[in-house]
Every structure is written in structure tokens, then in C-alpha cells.
Design a protein around this ligand. Structure first.
Ligand SMILES: CC(C)(COP(=O)(O)OP(=O)(O)OC[C@H]1O[C@@H](n2cnc3c(N)ncnc32)[C@H](O)[C@@H]1OP(=O)(O)O)[C@@H](O)C(=O)NCCC(=O)NCCS
Length: 189
């Protein structure tokens, strides 16, 4: 499993000491506001194990973010195989994130995601990285914009895995970043 470092963060695979935090970011009403489910402690533990094994095997994935200064795990960010989604039926590599409430508003996710974009384009050689979020999830869309991702007009979609019992969570906006555009942005920075 890859380990990345940024100015303030260590990006690493999940450890057993992260289980309380991981449960919290899978069950907290505010954090999970845009998801149609909440995970129980047992479900969160099982999901951590699944992510940890997948990260180990693949070398990347949704991974823990740890603040260097305190050693505290604060949430996750990472690249993940999306599986088929309406705008990319063949699947894509998505970038995603989730933070415990007390660590939001500090730029941690943007900082970690910049490292993940570099890893995706330079190390994995990806042509494109995508991201999507519930239409009203302005905080998540703001991260996409800060990263230089582009809203792909006409590709917004109703997420097939969101049940019809949650109509407000179905509509997703779709953002993309092509490697060439990422390179131009790096060159200009
Ligand atoms: C989406 C989510 C991860 C965004 O978190 P975030 O903390 O707003 O994002 P960033 O880490 O990029 O931080 C940016 C904010 O930190 C501020 N900030 C403070 N210090 C900063 C610094 N040193 N550097 C950069 N930004 C800083 C920015 O101004 C910005 O605040 P603003 O939005 O009020 O302008 C968070 O809202 C979340 O976990 N939501 C719940 C889960 C979720 O919906 N996930 C996405 C599903 S698609």
C-alpha cells in the first residue's frame, strides 16, 4: 500500500486504531447527510476491513488521512474504481473524500486530493479522474472546483444505487479532470 505525505498529512492504509473514527464518519448524521444509509459499528468495521484489503492489493484506494502534528486520523480521501456509472458505463477512477466534522474547513481534503491526483496521473498514468456528488452537496463540489475539475455538461445523472425512497439524493453532478488539463494547471502554478 502506497504511503503519501503532504505538508500537514500522512496518507496511509487503515489501522485498527482508526475504527472509532471510521465508525463515526459512517454513522454521523451530518457527515452522512448525502448518503441513503448509516453504518452500524459492525458494518463500519467490516467496511474498514474491505477497504484495507483492497488498498493493500491495489496499492491505493480510499485511505486514512492522519494529521502529522497530532497523529489523529481525521477521515479519508483517495482514488477508487467507480464501477459502471451512467456517464462512464465502462467504469472510471473516481476521487472521493469524507471528514469528521471537527476537521472540516481546514483545507485537509484539498491538500490530500492534490497528492492523490499527482499519484493518479503520474504514477498510475491515468488519462482521467472523475468525481460525483449529490447535486446539493456544495462542500464536496467546492473541493472538485478547487482541484480544477470541470463540470461535464450533460453528464449529471440519477445514481442507480440510490433508492427511490430518497429522491433528494438521486441527482448527482459529474466532474472530470483530464491528465493534460491537470498538467497545464501544474505548469501554470
Ligand atoms: C466534502 C468535505 C470532505 C469537504 O471538506 P472541507 O473541509 O470543506 O474541504 P477542504 O479540506 O478542501 O477545506 C476547504 C475549506 O477549508 C478552508 N481552509 C482553512 N484553512 C485552509 C488551508 N490552510 N488551506 C486550504 N483551505 C483552508 C477553506 O477556506 C475552505 O473553507 P470554505 O469552504 O468555508 O471556503 C466535507 O464537507 C465532508 O466530509 N462532507 C461529508 C461527507 C461527504 O459528503 N463527502 C463527499 C461525498 S461525494
Amino acid at each position: 500500500m502506497i504511503r503519501l505525505e503532504t505538508q500537514r498529512l500522512v496518507i496511509r492504509n487503515w489501522e485498527d486504531r482508526d475504527r472509532d473514527l471510521f465508525f463515526r464518519i459512517n454513522s454521523d448524521e451530518e457527515v452522512m447527510r448525502f448518503f441513503p444509509f448509516r453504518r452500524s459499528r459492525a458494518e463500519a468495521d467490516a467496511f474498514l476491513d474491505t477497504l484495507r484489503a483492497g488498498n493493500e492489493e491495489r496499492g491505493y484506494g480510499f485511505t486514512a488521512l492522519e494529521v502529522k502534528e497530532s497523529g489523529a486520523a481525521i477521515g479519508f480521501a483517495g482514488l477508487y474504481p467507480s464501477g459502471p456509472i451512467p456517464p462512464r458505463p465502462e467504469g472510471a477512477t473516481e476521487i472521493g473524500w469524507r471528514l469528521a466534522p471537527e476537521f472540516q474547513g481546514k483545507g485537509y481534503v484539498t491538500e490530500a486530493s492534490e497528492a492523490w491526483l499527482r499519484f493518479g496521473f503520474e504514477t498510475l498514468g491515468l488519462d482521467e479522474i472523475v468525481s460525483f456528488a449529490v447535486h446539493d452537496n456544495h462542500a464536496s463540489v467546492a473541493v472538485m472546483r478547487r482541484l480544477g475539475m470541470r463540470h461535464e455538461e450533460g453528464c449529471d445523472f440519477d445514481h442507480p444505487k440510490v433508492p427511490d425512497t430518497h429522491p433528494a439524493l438521486k441527482r448527482h453532478v459529474f466532474y472530470t479532470l483530464a491528465r493534460d488539463d491537470w498538467r497545464k494547471r501544474q505548469a501554470a502554478a
